[in-house]
Design a binder for this molecule. Structure first.
Ligand code: ADP
Ligand code: MG
Length: 208
């Protein structure tokens, strides 16, 4: 039993809720080392994603992911909009036109998302970005027992650890890098939002 288009939509609903609940936290994190817009940017983007999904629900997982990508690219702005947009676009391409995604397909989608973020933003682990959350998540998303929920839960846990690991880092990419050493001591907002999104996806998969 894989993830249908409806399951992917349910995961995005969960993600939108989590982004709304953590909007202020993400704003505060971005206030410390950026320009305080990350929470509002993502909230706006995921609100738009939900209304487009409601208006015209796509019939394959890839089409859902592509709609998310184009919506985030056109509504989120900042650095994170194109990066998350690219992540979802690459994930969409990675799963082809399957009507259900099994665990290896979900793992491939995560890997493709990371590859897209790295291709676009050129950040590596240690630069204090969302790459510090997404890289360990991809490594952890193993399909030992074939369970999508288990793979996503392991990915979400690894992403949370990865986000925590950004606290002492000095930013080398993005707006926070303008602060130099003063960026140390704060969690990267994009790493935090990546961990939150993966936790929402995992929890949704566990309920499917
Ligand atoms: P902006 O910095 O333009 O205001 P956001 O506040 O929405 O954009 O997003 C900031 C987040 O984007 C950072 O916390 C970081 O995780 C991520 N980011 C910025 N630049 C890069 C990059 N080159 N590669 C990967 N992630 C990046
Ligand atoms: Mg910002």
């Amino acid at each position: 039993m894989g993830c249908t288009a409806a399951d992917v939509v349910a995961a995005l609903r969960a993600a939108a809720t989590v982004v709304q609940e953590h909007r202020d936290e993400l704003v505060r994190l971005d206030q410390a080392i950026g320009d305080a817009d990350h929470g509002e940017n993502l909230k706006r983007g995921f609100t738009a994603v939900l209304s487009r999904l409601d208006a015209d629900p796509p019939d394959t997982p890839a089409k859902v992911l592509k709609l998310v990508a184009t919506t985030l690219i056109s509504t989120v702005g900042g650095a994170a909009g194109p990066l998350y947009g690219t992540a979802f676009l690459r994930a969409s391409a990675a799963v082809g036109d399957a009507t259900e995604l099994d665990c290896p397909a979900v793992a491939r989608a995560l890997q493709a998302a990371l590859d897209g973020v790295v291709a676009r933003g050129k950040a590596v682990v240690g630069d204090k970005t969302m790459v510090d959350a997404l890289t360990p998540a991809v490594t952890a998303a193993a399909c030992a027992d074939g369970s999508v929920a288990a793979a996503l839960s392991a990915a979400a846990d690894a992403a949370a650890e990865g986000a925590s690991s950004t606290v002492p880092m000095v930013a080398r990419k993005g707006r926070a890098s303008y602060l130099g050493e003063r960026s140390a001591g704060h969690m990267d907002p994009g790493a935090r939002s990546t961990a939150l999104l993966l936790r929402a996806f995992a929890d949704a998969a566990a309920e499917a």
